[in-house]
Design a protein around this ligand. Structure first.
Ligand code: XLS
Ligand code: NI
Ligand code: NI
Length: 438
């Protein structure tokens, strides 16, 4: 097999003082943190689309990076070259998972029958490449937002025919996910939303989306898919209003339509901030609802209002993320780098620097989050903060059996409310800073 990423060695852990830019400083796969290996805490995944397909085209200019891998683009040979590149890439970085959309792995044909034939062929090839490695599929999905037939939505479309094409793609993508041993299946509702209510029946569209998800669950379970379905919330872009705005909205939707037993959240950092939330908030909301499934590990730019999908470098954010993940007892899914190189970072070497950055950022976040948990200052503070609920009246309230009359009687007996304890935010922020910087 011809080497594609020449001059790039296997990336090894060399510690924080290494001078080698192509090495991990913090990601040490076998290092044990809180009783588990780093590699188990952090099942990293390569995103097929950003890493092997996206080549820098934006609204203002064409490709800057060469992702042809020396083969003519748009052909099945090229699709195979991408598989070769992907596996070499994952092996060199020690990444054990990948995520894909149907149309990332083959060039889409005019006729869906031909696309499906190509998908069978390429997944045979991927399966072959998987043999003898421990690389697996983290999750699969169908791209139901690029093709013009989805201009009015996929599950939310106004066209019954287009709806059937969405169904056909979900069916096929589920089959492929099962074939590749995928742990999850994602619905990201790119076009599932609207621009104006002047032409939109929101209730109708939401019912249709729920119905599509119900059929996906039924079919998935019937072909042996035992993993989790995920909704990946995002508030906007491409649509102005998207139905899966954030975790709370998506969870409410799933419960309304009885889908909450089969679905969890795939939380993307950049989508959280677009929704006006922190990444940590979205993780916490998912976790307390028992729906923290998987993570799209990237970061946005606070100065820009769109999905920039940058590789994560912010250790404060990754620490707070890992704090939530550790507290929740881990993910059922993994950490998919739904992130792309900046347009001028256009060499093969840059692809490796990007993943090294992302993996080290999360490894360091894991180390620091474990430190925070082991020191226990934050936990102790939060426990103390609510300690008044350990009192007789407090326990009564917590039991859910109190009445307004007895609580009012308590207040009236006191007459004046005793001082409420300080929230000590600045002190707690300094506790986090100390864990990060000593
Ligand atoms: C786009 C989404 C997308 C999903 C998969 O913003 O993040 O990449 O992860 O369809
Ligand atoms: Ni995104
Ligand atoms: Ni994503």
């Amino acid at each position: 097999m011809k080497e594609i990423f020449k001059n790039i060695p296997e990336i090894k852990y060399e510690g924080r003082d290494t001078k080698n830019p192509l090495a991990f400083r913090y990601y040490d796969a076998d290092r044990v943190i809180m009783g588990k290996k780093m590699s188990e805490h952090l099942p990293f995944a390569m995103a097929w689309w950003h890493n092997l397909c996206a080549a820098g085209t934006d609204m203002f200019g064409r490709d800057t990076a060469d992702k042809s891998f020396d083969v003519e683009k748009g052909t099945m040979e090229h699709a195979k070259a991408k598989v070769d590149a992907g596996f070499e890439f994952m092996k060199k970085l020690g990444i054990k998972y990948f995520c894909f959309h149907d149309v990332d792995i083959v060039p889409e044909a005019e006729d869906i029958n031909e696309t499906n034939r190509r998908l069978d062929e390429i997944t045979d090839y991927i399966l072959e490449k998987m043999q003898g490695t421990d690389i697996k599929c983290l999750w699969g999905t169908a791209n139901m937002f690029s093709n013009p037939r989805f201009m009015c939505g996929a599950g939310s479309t106004s066209s019954a025919d287009a709806y059937c094409f969405a169904a056909a793609q979900v069916k096929k993508a589920l089959e492929l996910t099962v074939k590749l041993g995928g742990k999850g299946y994602v619905f990201w509702g790119g076009r599932e939303g609207y621009e104006t209510l002047l032409n939109t029946d929101v209730k109708f569209e939401q019912e249709n989306i729920a119905n599509l998800m119900r059929m996906a669950v039924e079919y998935g379970r019937s072909i042996g898919f035992t993993g989790d379905f995920y909704i990946e919330p995002k508030p906007k872009e491409p649509m102005k209003h998207q139905y899966d705005f954030d975790a709370a909205t998506a969870i409410g939707f799933l419960r309304q339509y009885g889908l909450d037993k089969d679905f969890k959240m795939n939380i993307e950092a950049n989508h959280a901030t677009l929704a006006g939330h922190t990444f940590q908030h979205e993780l916490r909301i998912s976790a307390i609802n028992g729906m923290l499934g998987s993570i799209d590990a990237n970061q946005g730019d606070y100065l820009l209002g769109w999905d920039t999908d940058e590789f994560p470098y912010d250790v404060y954010e990754s620490t707070m993320c890992m704090y939530e993940v550790l507290k929740a007892g881990g993910l059922t899914g993994g950490f998919n780098f739904d992130a792309k190189n900046r347009r001028p970072s256009n060499t093969y070497e840059d692809m490796f620097h990007a993943y090294i950055l992302g993996m080290d950022t999360f490894a360091l976040g894991l180390i620091k989050a474990a430190e925070l948990i082991e020191k226990g200052e934050l936990d102790a503070f939060v426990e103390k903060k609510y300690s008044s609920f350990n009192s007789e009246i407090g326990q009564k309230i917590r039991s859910g059996k109190s009445t307004l009359c007895e609580l009012a009687a308590h207040a009236e007996k006191l007459g004046v409310c005793p001082p409420v304890q300080s929230g000590r935010q600045e002190y707690l922020e300094s506790v986090v800073n100390r864990a990060l910087f000593g």
